[in-house]
Design a protein around this ligand. Structure first.
Ligand code: FES
Ligand SMILES: [Fe+2]
Length: 443
């Protein structure tokens, strides 16, 4: 592990995209310990409403309880381990296993066993055979997260510095909804390849997406083919304590990469800006009307302004399932919501033309590490290194340009910390040295 991530010089070993032992460690140390996105509250409003999803490679059921709370359980029967719930979403009063018919209540308790008296003669301990519950479930502005580790810090603390940026669209906007059900596709790549891209890669946009930009005619179109670099002061990048990251391109709202829709969205936003500025200040109001790329460590990606929200579910070192929702503001007119959902799927859905641009890179950067010599290489995330600062107004560590790799470095700094820690007890939340670590990094 010590050789995997070089925080000081902004480099990472290519092994991290391939090595099965590293992948196993990630399942334990990252997916077994960090807060993982489960669903949005609006997907399960009523008692018995449920969705099935994944936490790492473990399948879980997320279900609304009678008292309005939300619980999550492994989607696994405690008899012989068959899947309890085979569908993506619905409403149930009990979950019945397809194999031998054991039945579980919505609160996870084992409620009925066929011929229990006759076949088990009173020796089956129902109490210890309820569904295995996810240790913690917590909600942030409607976004439901789960954590397998009872000793993990709270979700609010985990989001930490990044909340200041997340709140711009999750709260100050008046609240958002995720429009699902999520589209799903399998990408033959390591799960970190797309996550690092979304955490902070504005560099690839003008080049990878050159054709897409050119045909879109959106506010970002001038970047096509790297014809123009965003001018000085056009944006920033931000790294956070627990690996979350953001990139902000000021005053750009590409509107699903459709010029007309971009104008409509800006007009909609204009109706809220005065009130927002009073409550949240000028900087955050400006960010509301800006394009934001972001990641919540480990595997949530989003684009505010392109209105997508994704999770990258690992299925193995070189296989990842991508789930995609559209983000809309709750109080938008239905017609505007519909246009945004269509625009998002046209660009970043399963068959989205931007998605296809990206996936080619995700797959090659991952699959080439099956080469024995390739694996020995170091990957470079040094752009802007030595220029990161702590800003008095902006939380986190800030890279002072629209294009740079500050948040890559922040993502892998925490990746390194969590992978090498034995437990949350080793990661002191009051320890601020992570900032110095990033600011002092240099070649
Ligand atoms: S495996 Fe579920 S009832 Fe037997
Ligand atoms: Fe991209």
């Amino acid at each position: 592990m010590r050789d995997l991530i070089d925080v000081q010089r902004g480099k990472q070993s290519a092994r991290m995209f391939h090595d099965p032992e590293i992948y196993e460690r990630e399942m334990e140390a990252i997916f077994g310990r960090c807060w993982l996105f489960l669903t949005h509250e609006s997907a399960i409003p009523n008692f018995g409403d449920f969705v099935t999803t994944r936490m790492g490679q473990d399948e879980v059921i997320v279900v609304r309880q009678k008292d309005g709370s939300i619980k999550a359980f492994l989607n696994v029967c405690r008899h012989r381990g068959a899947r309890i719930c085979p569908v993506e979403a619905g409403n149930k009063r009990s979950f019945v296993c397809n194999y031998h018919g054991w039945s579980y209540a919505v609160d996870g308790s084992l409620s009925a066993v066929p011929f229990e008296k006759e076949l088990y003669q009173g020796k089956l301990d129902r109490e210890t055979h309820g569904l295995k519950e996810v240790a913690q479930v917590s909600i942030y502005h409607g976004f439901v997260f789960g954590n397998f580790d009872a000793g993990a810090i709270s979700l609010e603390d985990y989001l930490g510095d990044a909340r200041w940026y997340l709140d711009i669209w999750m709260e100050a906007s008046g609240g958002v909804e995720l429009v699902g059900p999520p589209s799903r596709s399998v990408v033959h790549c390591n799960w970190k390849a797309p996550c690092e891209n979304f955490v902070g890669d504005a560099y690839h946009v003008g080049w990878t997406h050159a054709s897409s930009l050119a045909v879109s005619g959106s506010m970002l179109a001038p970047m096509s083919g790297n014809a123009a670099l965003p001018p000085a002061g056009a944006g920033i990048q931000v790294a956070s304590r627990y690996g979350h990251g953001h990139g902000i391109l000021y005053d750009v709202h590409p509107g699903g990469h459709d010029a007309k829709l971009g104008e409509e969205m800006l007009a909609w936003q204009a109706t809220k800006r005065v009130a927002m500025e009073e409550k949240y200040g000028a900087i955050r109001t400006r960010y509301y009307g800006s394009h934001i790329n972001g990641a919540i460590f480990p595997n949530v990606s989003y684009l505010w302004g392109t209105n997508l929200f994704k999770t990258w579910q690992p299925l193995g070192p070189n296989e990842t399932e991508c789930w995609t929702w559209a983000i809309v503001e709750k109080d938008m007119p239905d017609e505007l919501k519909r246009k945004i959902v269509n625009g998002m799927h046209r660009t970043f859905g399963v068959a989205g033309y931007w998605e296809a641009d990206d996936n080619d890179n995700m797959e090659s950067a991952s699959l080439l590490t099956t080469g024995f010599q390739t694996r020995k290489l170091q990957l470079n995330a040094q752009m802007g290194i030595g220029k990161d600062i702590v800003d008095s107004e902006l939380p986190g560590v800030v890279g002072q340009a629209a294009i740079g790799e500050t948040s890559y470095r922040g993502y892998y700094r925490f990746y390194d910390e969590v992978m090498r820690s034995a437990s949350w007890g080793d990661m002191d939340p009051s320890d601020d040295s992570w900032k110095e670590q990033l600011v002092s990094a240099d070649v």
